[in-house]
Design a protein around this ligand. Structure first.
Ligand SMILES: Cc1ncc(COP(=O)(O)O)c(C=O)c1O
Length: 402
């Protein structure tokens, strides 16, 4: 038999940690605190069913034909109007509709990266972004935005783009402050480096008022042509299965991404776009949000309370003011969290270990805990199991090798 061609080299550049936690949801009785998953109770199923029916019955040209690559013009106009602000004038030329926020990340990589080029990224960074850019084998310049000595300009210089999730980052749940946002925008303007603002969690704020987007801070009182590439999505605000996201950027960037999208999926399903358009236009997204925030705020409080009771001597963490995650760092550097993922599964709990969020793959001391999928009782039980699993991993390190 002739040998089949080998797979592309980047595919061997991975580990099974991601597949392990993604497939863990199938294990009966397991408490899954690994994924960034919304609770299905937050989906307005009846309203969405009616919007879907009307999309097909009343707008078959939008819902069932091949849509334009850029997206339905009415949805692009709506996004442009929704995100315009004093000093930030957006038109449909600034907007591309994508298949989830994930496609925005993929297109950024496709249009900006040649093999080995530099990305300055907030670190730890969203695993899906690292996955999207992997085929280009980029060189990462990690940015610790929260470090007192962080200076943006040297980090940006020579990078193709800088990447940040300023609202309740995945994985750390951190909020980038206003001064820091201004600093990042100023560094992008001074160096010419693009600045990718990935914002799936911006609407999920539980304490205090939202901060201005970096996109807004980069507004120039004329048609928008700035360095910020803003990535939005309906996944956390409404429902991830719609797979509707958007990019807002300078027209030259939108045109480049349209060329790349043509060779990816050609267009985002018109049915989903039409539902998204009508969901925004009818105020559905605003109507569902208060109940979602109340639910998730209570769960954030529940998981942090349980962590205080059971994990206080094992980990350090900050209470996030929004989003879906708590990031906890083990006090003992010997607590290997790749190992904890596996030991946790035998204790009936699944978390995501820090190694998959580290652009350099080295951090094995922290975990990401999701608090939006499970109710308060299951979260508390998950934390108890996590404490037992963490102690078991620490005991393994102390056990004499034979
Ligand atoms: C930071 C970040 N960016 C992008 C995405 C992708 O979102 P979507 O479901 O819209 O593809 C996610 C999803 O969890 C995310 O956490």
């Amino acid at each position: 038999m002739p040998r089949r061609p080998t797979f592309a080299a980047w595919l061997s550049d991975t580990n099974d940690v991601t597949q392990t936690f993604l497939s863990a949801g199938q294990i009966p009785g397991l408490i899954n605190m690994a994924g960034g998953l919304p609770d299905p109770v937050t989906w307005p199923v009846g309203e969405l069913a009616e919007l879907a029916r009307r999309a097909v019955a009343e707008h078959p040209g939008d819902a069932l034909a091949y849509p334009p690559i850029e997206g339905l013009p009415a949805l692009r106009d709506l996004i442009a109007a929704r995100f315009s602000a004093p000093g930030l004038a957006l038109t449909r030329e600034n907007v591309l509709i994508t298949t989830g926020g994930m496609q925005g990340l993929d297109l950024v990589g496709k249009v900006l990266l040649d093999e080995g080029q530099v990305i300055a990224t907030q670190s730890p960074a969203y695993l899906g972004a690292l996955d999207a850019w992997k085929p280009r084998r980029p060189t990462y310049r990690p940015m610790r935005l929260e470090a007192a000595d962080f200076v943006a300009e040297p980090a940006f210089r020579g990078a193709q783009f800088a990447y940040a999730v300023p609202n309740f980052s995945n994985p750390t749940g951190r909020l980038v402050g206003l001064d820091q946002r201004r600093t990042l925008v100023a560094a992008a303007e001074a160096t010419g480096t693009w600045l990718v603002e990935d914002d799936p969690y911006g609407t999920l704020h539980y304490d205090g008022a939202p901060l201005p987007r970096m996109l807004t801070l980069a507004g120039q009182n004329r048609a928008y042509d700035g360095p910020v590439i803003y990535l939005g999505t309906l996944s956390k605000e409404l429902a991830p299965g719609l797979r509707v996201g958007w990019v807002i950027a300078a027209p030259e960037m939108i045109r480049a991404m349209v060329t790349a999208k043509q060779g990816s999926d050609m267009s985002t399903p018109g049915l989903s776009q039409r539902i998204a358009l009508d969901a925004f236009a009818s105020g559905l997204t605003e109507r569902v949000l208060p109940a979602t925030l109340t639910l998730y705020r209570a769960r954030r409080d529940a998981v942090c309370r349980a962590m205080g009771e059971h994990l206080g001597d094992l980990y350090d963490w900050e209470v996030p003011s929004g989003g879906m995650f708590v990031w906890a760092t083990a006090r003992d550097p010997g607590l290997n969290t790749d190992r904890l993922l596996r030991v946790g599964l035998t204790h009936g709990v699944c978390i995501t270990p820090s190694s998959v969020f580290d652009p350099e793959g080295r951090n094995r001391r922290a975990i990401r805990i999701n608090f939006t999928l499970n109710d308060a009782d299951r979260l508390a039980e998950g934390v108890v199991r996590l404490a037992a699993a963490s102690k078991a991993v620490l005991a393994e390190c102390l056990a004499p090798a034979n």
